[in-house]
Design a protein. Structure first.
Length: 362
């Protein structure tokens, strides 16, 4: 196959590109605008491969998209290009509307124009895979909200997001992603474009831009800076190792059914405070110092409209596509920390001139 991966220089996108090049015989056309979060250094392990091509293109640029489709003749599109940080969406929502909604619309139209000219057999085999987030569902009941004596540790008894959960986005980011999901499904129903949607839980792992919780805490801890905890730190997220996610996405685009939605989760519900303390305890072992890293934790004003709990039911992925995450939170987090410890140059380059770990979205 020849697969266009939009946002292939980003965190999840680069993991997808590396997975495809390293584990299949497929070709990848990486379409990325290279915003602050896109970094070609994340692809140095594959960028010399003859099956990999990079195109610096904005998904809002219809003429350039038409050129890419005509030149490369793809068999599938995996659409990951997006603005993705909730804090940034609070500070500047317009970029999220432009990229996540207008960009997805423009990509859908370019794809549809290309797809309409394919042979009947090629049209049937073609796939447009839209990668989205669990945040479109809003949030779920938190253990602290339960008044029937349920213990906070009994998260498995609380409701989970399924593929039929109603949308209730809370932030400009999640609202823009919800909008893009609706567009993708509408292009299937109205035009017949063969689309699939996936919604994932919080990803973590190597090459993660340090505005997000886990890489921010790792780097701040190493630099002796404060480790900011929003509110009480009791917000719960389901953590998914990015390489497990990449495997899942490739399985969906190659074996998933047109018109279906698949939820992809890591089966790891953790409170933010627990995540930060776990990082600190691992660093205490790997990079010991005179004091404990947890002493750098500080509590700060919570994010506006902060969702309290996300948790995904991945039963459909498991039963229909035979996918399960391979990493536990403990094994994945240790791999992540070890990667950051040995890739400080990447960490420095990705922040130079763009972001110095300041708080956004206040």
């Amino acid at each position: 196959m020849k697969i266009i991966v939009t946002g292939g220089a980003g965190f999840i996108g680069s993991a997808v590109v590396r997975h495809i090049i390293n584990n299949t015989q497929d070709r990848v056309i990486n379409v990325d605008k290279l915003t602050y979060a896109g970094n070609l250094e994340s692809l140095v392990s594959v960028d010399k491969n003859e099956r990999y091509v990079f195109e610096q293109v904005d998904i809002c640029d219809r003429a350039e998209l038409d050129r890419v489709f005509a030149q490369h003749q793809p068999d599938a599109v995996m659409h990951l290009a997006a603005e993705s940080h909730v804090d940034r969406s609070i500070t500047g929502p317009s970029d999220f509307i432009q990229t996540n909604i207008v960009g997805t619309y423009t990509l859908l139209e370019a794809t549809r124009a290309y797809w309409n000219e394919l042979s009947a057999q090629a049209k049937k085999a073609f796939r447009f895979h839209h990668i989205s987030t669990d945040e479109v569902y809003g949030d779920l009941p938190h253990p602290d909200d339960i008044e029937d004596g349920t213990e906070p540790s009994a998260n498995k008894e609380l409701p989970l997001f399924t593929e039929t959960t109603s949308y209730a986005p809370s932030s400009p980011y999640s609202a823009s992603k919800a909008s893009s999901d609706h567009l993708v499904r509408a292009w299937l129903r109205t035009y017949g474009l063969p689309t699939i949607v996936t919604n994932c839980s919080n990803n973590y792992g190597p090459y993660h831009f340090p505005e997000k919780l886990i890489p921010l805490v790792i780097l701040n801890a190493l630099d002796g800076k404060s480790l900011p905890i929003y509110g009480k730190g009791d917000q719960i997220r389901d953590w998914l190792y990015v390489e497990d996610h990449a495997r899942a996405l490739y399985k969906v685009v190659t074996t998933g059914k047109v018109g279906e939605t698949y939820n992809i989760g890591g089966h790891n519900e953790k409170q933010n405070l627990e995540v930060v303390k776990t990082i600190c305890s691992i660093l205490d072992v790997l990079v010991p110092k005179g004091t404990l890293y947890a002493e750098q934790i500080v509590y700060v004003t919570d994010r506006p409209g902060h969702d309290r709990r996300y948790a995904i039911d991945s039963t459909k992925m498991s039963q229909e596509l035979n996918w399960q995450p391979e990493e536990t939170f403990e094994t994945g987090l240790r791999k992540t920390i070890e990667w950051y410890l040995t890739n400080q140059e990447w960490c420095q380059h990705v922040q130079d001139g763009t972001y110095q770990r300041e708080r956004l979205g206040i």
